[in-house]
Design a binder for this molecule. Structure first.
Ligand SMILES: Nc1ncnc2c1ncn2[C@@H]1O[C@H](COP(=O)(O)OP(=O)(O)OP(=O)(O)O)[C@@H](O)[C@H]1O
Ligand SMILES: [Mg+2]
Length: 451
């Protein structure tokens, strides 16, 4: 219930306002002087203060206003001025009054002003929450890493953020695809609008369809009411289609149409609804390969891949590991009100590990290490056995096979070699290798080589 303080040296006005505002459902306190009003303010807080400008001897309405604005800046103050005293009224608003009422005032007018003041407070509060929310997201979107590959990623983010181009982000699990998507969103003109992540791999086809496109009541069993889809809801903002490779062929067609026409129809409805969303898609499977295998529609692939960002796995940018470690230890320490550092041997173990789960795995490893740690210095003992052992294996001096390439690596070197000696002549390269051109393309794609 909103709390209101009425300050007036005239007993009759006090009673009248108390009665009317109590009837309106407010909790009302009254006071007869500025001094008393300030004393009450030391104990209680109010949503709205209505004060007469002239309060007999001593403090006046402006003093009450200033004092309350100083200690309860969120409360709104409405001043009542004698008819025609325009100057004081202006002074009041300058000093932070929400508004003023001229005597004689109508009761309805007072109630209306109080309601407006309460609404404005609510708006301010919502705005603050929104800003806080956005602030934390921007922080979340801060990418760590200074490797050439990451610098390239930042450059692309900066270039595409301003535009509305669809972006396809490719990277192994845990490489930061969602973080990159958020960074694009937050650095672009839609930053003030919402960012909607949709995990296409986590939902059954029919559920995903209704999530994206919405439905009308009765469209299918369980559709008990009309529901707007994310593509509609996100208008003005950004939709992040995570694991887009998992989308069923039927949905791919529907999505493509929605992108091309910039409109959707809710399931069970014929009504066309225009949409205005920016799409960012992510996949940890090589989409071009899925296209070749007929598992992903080529036309949708080209629509999504207007700009492509490839996030390299962490093992290929080990130089980022120390920075990431420092970053995560800082965050983890802040959450726990402690400071953490890492011992050089422990860091070297982290540098020697292959990180199949990429940055997410590094983050989780540090979180677990911090949980066990008492000294504030993460040591090798705080790390899981697989990381300690992986590194030992590598360092074994009598390791005769450590230099042998894998079949995959061999294929990559072989391909590169043949391409070089043929001057990147694909037909000749394919013929030397004894494969057809299509297989050559596929092989190059697999090794992320541009030919
Ligand atoms: N460059 C980076 N700097 C800081 N934190 C990062 C970075 N990359 C990833 N992270 C963190 O690692 C975790 C995984 O990142 P994210 O969820 O963006 O990965 P993903 O590629 O979407 O993974 P998945 O394919 O499994 O969904 C997150 O907690 C994220 O904050
Ligand atoms: Mg993700």
């Amino acid at each position: 219930m909103a709390r209101i303080l009425v300050v007036d040296d005239d007993r009759e006005t006090q009673d009248l306002l108390r009665e009317v505002l109590t009837d309106e459902g407010f909790e009302v306190t009254t006071s007869g002087s500025g001094e008393e009003a300030l004393k009450i303010g030391e104990q209680e807080s109010f949503d709205v203060i209505i004060s007469d400008m002239k309060l007999g001897p001593g403090l006046d309405g402006l003093d009450v206003l200033r004092a309350y604005k100083a200690v309860q800046p969120e409360s709104e103050v409405i001043l009542i001025t004698a008819f025609g005293s325009m100057e004081t009224a202006i002074e009041a608003v300058k000093a932070g009054a929400f508004d003023y009422l001229s005597k004689p005032f109508k009761i309805d007018e007072v109630v209306l002003q109080v309601r407006r003041a309460l609404e404005s407070r609510e708006l301010i509060r919502e705005n603050r929450n929104l800003r806080r929310q956005l602030g934390s997201q921007v922080q979340l979107a801060s990418l760590v890493g200074r490797s050439p590959a990451m610098l390239e990623v930042y450059k692309t983010i900066a270039m595409v953020a301003e535009s509305r181009s669809t972006v396809l982000i490719y990277g192994e699990s845990g490489t930061g695809k969602e973080l990159v998507a958020k960074a694009i969103h937050h650095n672009g003109p839609r930053a003030q609008q919402r960012f909607f992540p949709v995990n296409c791999g986590a939902l059954a086809e029919s559920l995903l369809e209704s999530e994206l496109f919405g439905h009308v009541r009765g469209a299918f069993t369980g559709a008990v009411e009309n529901k707007r889809g994310i593509l509609e809801e996100a208008s003005g903002g950004t939709v992040f289609l995570d694991e887009v490779s998992e989308m069923s062929p039927a949905l791919q067609v529907k999505l493509l149409r929605a992108i091309e026409e910039q409109e959707v129809r809710r399931i069970g409805s014929n009504q066309i609804i225009p949409i205005d969303v920016r799409l960012i898609a992510a996949s940890n499977r090589v989409l071009s390969q899925l296209v070749e295998e007929g598992k992903f529609r080529a036309d949708l692939y080209y629509r999504l891949r207007v700009v492509e960002i490839v996030l390299p796995p962490l093992r290929e940018r080990a130089e980022d590991i120390p920075l990431l470690v420092e970053h995560f230890l800082k965050v983890l320490g802040r959450e726990r009100n402690r400071t953490f550092t890492i011992s050089p041997p422990a860091l070297s173990l982290l540098l020697g590990y292959s990180w199949p789960g990429n940055v997410r795995e590094l983050e989780n490893t540090l979180e677990a290490a911090v949980a066990l740690n008492r000294t504030g210095v993460i040591s090798a003992d705080d790390l899981p056995a697989k990381i300690r052992e992986a590194s030992q294996d590598q360092r074994r001096p009598d390791d005769l096979y450590s230099d042998l390439p894998t079949v995959d690596e061999l294929e990559r070197r072989y391909l590169l070699h043949v391409l070089k000696i043929t001057g990147y002549n694909k037909l000749r390269a394919a013929s030397i290798m004894g494969i057809d051109r299509k297989t050559l393309y596929r092989m190059a794609e697999r090794h992320r080589m541009k030919i």
